[in-house]
Design a protein around this ligand. Sequence first.
Ligand code: AMP
Ligand code: TRP
Length: 332
Amino acid sequence: MQRIFSGIQPSGIPTLGNYLGAIRNWVALQADHECIYCVVDLHAITQWQDPKLLAGQTRELAASLIACGIDPWQHILFHQSAVPEHAELAWIFNCVARLGWLNRMTQFKDKAGKDRENASAGLYVYPNLMAADILAYHATRVPVGDDQRQHIELANDIAQKFNHDYGVPFFPAIEPLIMGPAARVMNLRDGTKKMSKSDASDQSRINLNDSADAIAQKIRRARTDPAPLPAENAGLEGRPEARNLVGIYAALANTDEVGVLAVHGGKGFSAFKEELAELIIAAVRPIADETGRLLADPGHVEGVLREGAGRAGAIARPIVSEAKRLVGFLAA
Ligand code: AMP
Ligand code: TRP
C-alpha cells in the first residue's frame, strides 16, 4: 500500500478551495492508502500568526478535517510542531536545496509581494520544510491543489540531490496527486487570484463554517461578466469568473465543465447562481455543524491530535535518524 502525506496550514478557517482542491480528495484516498494528514503550524508562522489565536486555529482546523471525513483512527492526523523530526530534517534540506531553486518559487514571490526584504527567512525556506514533511515518512503520493505543484517538484529535486550527494537511494520519488475539476478554485471577487483563507476580504471566499445565508449572499455577489453561460466550454476562454463558478458547480455535482454547460448553457448568471448556492450549502453546512459539535469538546480534539503525533513520530524517527547517520552525524 502506498503512503500518502499532505498538509494544510492553520492560518484561518478552511475554504471551499481547500475542500474541493485538497480535503475532499484526502478523504477519498483513505479507502486504499495509508494516509498521514498534518496541520502544518510550523508553516503557518512563516507569516505572522497571533499566538493568542494559533492554538485555537489548529484545533478548529483539525475538527473541520474530521468533520469532512478524515478518519484519525484508521489513519493519522496530527500537528506538525508536535513531531520535531520535521524541523530537524528541514535543516538538512536547507543545506541540500540550492538558492537558485528557491529563487524560482512562485508562491514565495506571491506571498512576499513587493516588500521582499521584509519577508521572513522561514517563508523563503518554506518548500524545504514541506519536502521534509513528506520525506520524513518516505511518503510517495501527495494530494494537493494545483498551486503546490512546483513545491512537489522541488521536493523531488531535494530527494534526488540528497541521494546523489550521500550516494544512497534513500528517499523515494514523490508523485503529486492533483485531482478533479476544482484543483484551483478562484477568488469570488477576482477570478485571476486563488481563493485563500488568508485573503483580506471575507467576500472573496466561502469558509467551511459560513452560514447558509452568508453562502447565498457571497455567491449572489460573486463577480461575473454580463454574458450568459456559454453552451460549450470554449466559450469560457477569457472569462475567469464564469469558469470558476462552472468549475465549482462541476466539482460539487461530480461532473465537468462540459456536463454543467450541457444543462445550464444559455442561462443567465442569476438563475445559475441560485442553484450553485444550493449545492454549496448542501455540501458545507453538514461540515460546519459537525465541526461545531466536535469543538464543543476541545480537549477531545487535542487528544486526537496528540495521539496522532505519537504514531507519526514513531514512523518519522527511524527515517530521520537514518538520514542523520547518512549525513555523517555522530549518533545522539
Ligand atoms: P493551504 O490553505 O495553503 O494550507 O492549502 C492546503 C491545501 O489546499 C493545499 O493542497 C492547496 O493546494 C489546497 N488549496 C488551497 N487553496 C486552494 C484553492 N483556491 N483551490 C484549490 N486548492 C486549494
Ligand atoms: N504548502 C502546503 C500549502 O500551503 C501545505 C503543506 C505543508 C503540504 N507541508 C505539506 C502539502 C506536505 C503537502 C505535503 O498548501
